[in-house]
Ligand binder design. Sequence first.
Ligand SMILES: [Mn+2]
Length: 283
Amino acid sequence: MAVYAIGDVHGCLPELKALLKAIDFRADRDRLWFVGDLINRGPDSLGVWRFVRDLGESAVTLMGNHEVRALSGLSGRPDRAFSNQMAFVAEAPDRDALYAWLRGLPLMHHDAALRARMVHAGICPGWSPEQALERAARVQAILRDDLRIGPFFAATPDTFPDRDPPPEDETARDHFALAVMTRLRLCHPDGRLVWSVPGARGGLAFRPDPDSPYRPWHRVLDGWPEDEWLIYGHWAVAGLTRHGPFLGMDSGCVYGGRLSAVRLDHPDAPVTQVNSPGYVKPE
Ligand SMILES: [Mn+2]
């Protein structure tokens, strides 16, 4: 059996199929870890979703910010981006099955035997690995609860604090945790989170710049284990990156970059990539 992490697919079905052919993937033998953002922007989001769903237990898929937006829109709070870009979700003939699948996606994955963890965007400085899993589980329980999912999205704030809200403010903490795990890229050196940078937005925002006053979130984590993979996506402009145990998987497939797979159960962690012609221009 081989286990592969795969970066942000964003509706690029031909590239996904080409990548699986390049690694000689077999569903009865191998496992795929998708870092999230299977859908939106690219040409065949529903095709990617159905393809990955049909892999069953051969695939682990995390919730990315685009899955969160789809879920929020289907739950009764369609924002402008959902209305403008994600009509395919609301109009899909198998929309109910898609909605049920989205609600079941985890925010974090951990495999103790493989010594690997995965999250779509990032981890808040100060969280231990166990705390991160607990925070993920709390939000997952809300999204799977028929009575709580609608009010939770309806109460989503427009902005998020730069530090974890206090324990007594449970709802604010859950919104914060969801945002951290699906949207975070940058922090101040002292660990405060950076949610927006003037002039930078969208999937190509936040260019890694040595002169920047900000740091990638994984450079600010304190005490995170050095001997376990922490796999993430969501940062197309950074490309496929590895800093110690931190493995950034988004190599910008939908923008004309590449779709990447990294074999996690091999000591050399070999990389396989396929090129993409590009489907959308960077914002
Ligand atoms: Mn993303």
